[in-house]
Design a protein around this ligand. Structure first.
Ligand code: CO
Length: 155
């Protein structure tokens, strides 16, 4: 396992659309493991592959609920409803927070580390996290869509 370097806003890699993973092999599984370790070490609730310089559709998240660590390959939001506005931050944009409008409830389909198709419906923080991380895969940062931005060291 290894802690990976998290790239920061301004890096062109964060503005690119990511590639679909066509084969989930041991390299992808190792990447998932290292991404989770990096996320936990940085005290984050989510991390997308472009944040560690990999242009692939891979995200990990753990919002501290009963789901624990969720690893997603090729995630796609297939249903969405409602709206909510709350404060958001990002490991690639340190010490910046902003109010971001998101769907209240989303359903996401993805592949797990064994290539098995999964479907998850989420509300609240996990829903927000899914939307934030899948935005990373489209080259979108929360500061691109936030209604307001502020500096600080906490929400
Ligand atoms: Co982020």
């Amino acid at each position: 396992m290894a802690i990976l370097e998290i790239v920061k806003a301004g890096d062109p890699g964060l503005k690119q659309e990511c590639e679909i993973v066509d084969k989930i092999d041991s390299k992808i599984r190792k990447l998932l493991t290292n991404m989770a370790e990096t996320m936990y070490k940085a005290d984050g609730v989510g991390l997308a592959a472009p944040q560690i310089g990999v242009n692939k559709c891979i995200v990990v998240m753990d919002v501290g609920d009963e789901n624990g660590l969720i690893e997603m390959v090729n995630p796609e939001i297939v249903e969405k409803e409602g709206s909510m506005i709350d404060s958001e931050g990002c490991l690639s944009v340190p010490n910046v927070f902003g109010d971001v409008e998101r769907f209240e409830k989303v359903t996401v389909e993805y592949l797990n580390r064994w290539g098995k198709k999964k479907r998850l419906t989420a509300t609240g923080l996990l829903s927000r996290c899914i939307q934030h991380e899948t935005d990373h895969l489209k080259g979108v940062l929360f500061i691109d869509i936030a209604k307001s931005i502020r500096q600080g060291d906490k929400h």
